[in-house]
Ligand binder design. Structure first.
Ligand code: F6R
Length: 245
């Protein structure tokens, strides 16, 4: 496990972008799976700036969306599809044919899971995944106690996810179900990056990295991945050592 620590959000983002860009340069044409959420937004900005300087070609890759809230789609502010399109795929100029995101409005969600899983398989699996860690340790919408052997799945969202999730919807309540790439597929990735920043993530970072892995904390299930990189900032890292669990 590598741990990279930025002094602040900007340095955290630059470190994360540097890591992803290096992977892209070495693995053109592979499949990436990126989280939405607040944590990676600076990483996406930094990657787009690197592309503008000719340092990386983001359009040389394929992208699968990590997850989506059930019952909403791109048109709804706060959907993962919209966040990723507006902050990354759009500004980075990624061709539509290189992207597959979950349709949270699909009438048959189990079939949507199967279709996304097939799309992943057709590209040789996920090469690198960049994941944020939720306050409850979820990765994507792999909530506490969700079966880690699933490849893609429909999930009842945890209370903490529903509570924290209101931040994406201007304080309004959010959907109660999610659709996500599962832990099995994420663990199959050649490289896993877990990102967490800010003092509030100290406690869950400790449970993720130091405590015994458990399905109660899905992020901890990544501990034994042999190409795991943790990207964090000093606030989260300091809080991690001050945190009782
Ligand atoms: C978003 C996602 C979530 C977030 C996690 C952390 O697509 O899959 O698992 O990565 O909840 O969210 P932030 O980064 O907003 O703290």
């Amino acid at each position: 496990m590598n741990i990279l620590i930025g002094q602040d959000f900007d340095e955290f983002s630059a470190v994360g972008a540097g890591r992803v860009a290096a992977f892209i340069r070495e693995n053109p044409g592979k499949l990436l799976c990126f989280a939405a959420g607040d944590t990676p937004l600076g990483i996406y900005q930094a990657l787009i700036a690197m592309q503008a300087r000719g340092e990386v070609d983001l359009n040389s890759m394929y992208y699968v969306g990590l997850d989506e809230w059930v019952g909403i789609g791109y048109e709804t502010k706060g959907s993962c599809a919209q966040v990723m399109q507006d902050t990354f795929y759009g500004p980075a100029g990624i061709e539509a044919g290189r992207i597959r995101v979950f349709n949270g409005l699909a009438s048959d969600l189990e079939k949507e899971c199967e279709d996304v899983n097939r799309w992943i398989a057709a590209r040789g699996g996920i090469a690198l995944t960049l994941l944020g860690i939720g306050m409850n340790g979820h990765i994507g919408f792999n909530e506490p106690f969700v079966d880690p052997e699933r490849e893609t799945l429909l999930v009842d969202l945890d209370e903490v996810t529903a509570e924290v999730g209101t931040k994406y919807f201007d304080g309004s309540s959010c959907p109660i179900k999610g659709i996500t790439v599962g832990v099995k597929r994420l663990k199959e990735a050649d490289q896993v990056i877990l990102a967490a920043c800010g003092e509030k993530k100290g406690g869950i970072l400790k449970q993720t990295l130091v405590e015994t892995p458990t399905i109660a904390v899905p992020s901890s299930l990544m501990q034994d991945h042999d190409q795991l990189t943790i990207i964090t900032d000093t606030d989260a890292f300091r809080a991690m050592w001050g945190a009782g669990v």
